[in-house]
Ligand binder design. Sequence first.
Ligand SMILES: NC(=O)C1=CN([C@@H]2O[C@H](COP(=O)(O)OP(=O)(O)OC[C@H]3O[C@@H](n4cnc5c(N)ncnc54)[C@H](O)[C@@H]3O)[C@@H](O)[C@H]2O)[C@H](O)CC1
Ligand SMILES: [K+]
Length: 481
Amino acid sequence: MITSERMAMVDRNAAALGVPRKQLMESSGNAVARAVREHADPGDRVLLVCGRGNNGGDAMVAARFLADYDAHAVLLGRPETIATDIARENWDALDASELPADTVADSRAFALDDYAPDLVVDAMLGTGVTGALREPEATVARQLNAADVPVVSVDVPSGVDADTGDSEGVAVDADRVVTFHDDKPGLADLDAAVTVADIGVPEAAETFVGPGDLRALDRASDSHKGDNGEVLVVGGGPYTGAPALAGRAALRAGADLVRVACPDPVAREIQGYGPDLIVRPFPGEHLAPPHVERLLDLAAGHDTVVFGPGLGSDGATLDAVADFLAAYDGRAVVDADALQVVPEVDTAADLICTPHQGELRKMGGETASDWRDRADRVREFAAGLGHTLLVKGAYDVVSDGDAVRVGRTGNPGMTVGGTGDVLAGVTGALAAQIDSPLQAAALAAYANGRAGDAAAESFGDGLAASDLPDRIPQALRDEGE
Ligand SMILES: NC(=O)C1=CN([C@@H]2O[C@H](COP(=O)(O)OP(=O)(O)OC[C@H]3O[C@@H](n4cnc5c(N)ncnc54)[C@H](O)[C@@H]3O)[C@@H](O)[C@H]2O)[C@H](O)CC1
Ligand SMILES: [K+]
């Protein structure tokens, strides 16, 4: 099953892998023509009703594959109103090839009987539908539903929401649906036979995080209306730079506000770095159980907590981490020494753990040299743990125990200290903006690696972790779109 939102991401990822949407449309149209062949005989009259989006484009392609039928394409609207370049190119190809095709600009000009079809291909609207069908689509849908003619719908019956199966007004009552790449949740309860057509989307477009995944952030900024979240970084003790790096990275990944809770001496140093980070010091040299109550209060006012950067592995510190996690029920990123506490603790929190392979082993997980084997093991371990894992490596493997995503951006220069702190901060900021922890972690791995790749262009293997945060905003933009 795939939602329309995820399909749009995968589609964009496929384009980035060198399989552009027009090529997928060619496969989609071919699959539609194959379905027509199963329901009608050569010579039969086939009416292809095309909308102005890519759903219509699929049927325009199908028309080219049906030369041995009496096939006729009807565009609902004027050719100038076709919404996408690839649909327009396919319409122009029909026109230039002098294949039977005409346009219907308003509902009064359409009468199904004029075509006397043996079969209708419904390609008015696919996953791009919003709200109730407008005219002329609504009238055409009513005529199709009233007539005794078999209907093959392209991708989804026009008017039906592919994610929910709902329709706000009239929708096409299809006999058969040819849907693409993967089944859609909204098709399950319809009275239609559903076939899933492989349209050649490489598996890598789903597995490897790509520019399409950046859409998760566009959507997040629509729904949160400018509220990009507040992040609390809990870190510092033996190390000072780590919490500051994580905090700065969280800001650059779009968090509205970042506070760093750290021991007094660390706070004084962080304040010397500049005005961007708000510091909430606690007494002593390192985190300890007496600090936990105040940290919990502080955490309650934040969308996510990034736990671990530079905390060290003092016994009292690890006890404090365990106490915190046992009482916390929000969302947190756990990194570095704090990770070893996670398998023992019973927590209601929603955690994203970001171990490197050594830390994963310390948590009781297994690694493997081949990334595919590693992906299986990470998935199993995440399922047992009940949290999301982002296991760092040349290929970063992310799993919530169910799905697996792999980030393959980044370069060997990033083995320098501190890049993990940057990743933890970016993960915290994205987890404050994106609902799915898997998606937030996957995108964080991708963006961190891309920022590292941009830094390597200037500094090669001499890159430093502090080169990364300022390169995160660009790494979170899709320049190819
Ligand atoms: N990877 C894939 O899955 C591929 C899918 N393909 C096909 O593309 C469509 C989705 O195309 P898109 O252009 O995004 O949307 P639509 O064609 O469904 O519709 C957009 C079009 O419709 C107008 N519109 C929206 N709501 C309404 C309404 N209620 N009434 C009337 N008109 C409406 C809107 O203004 C736009 O102009 C997918 O389903 C597949 O069939 C491609 O083949 C590529 C690969
Ligand atoms: K359709």
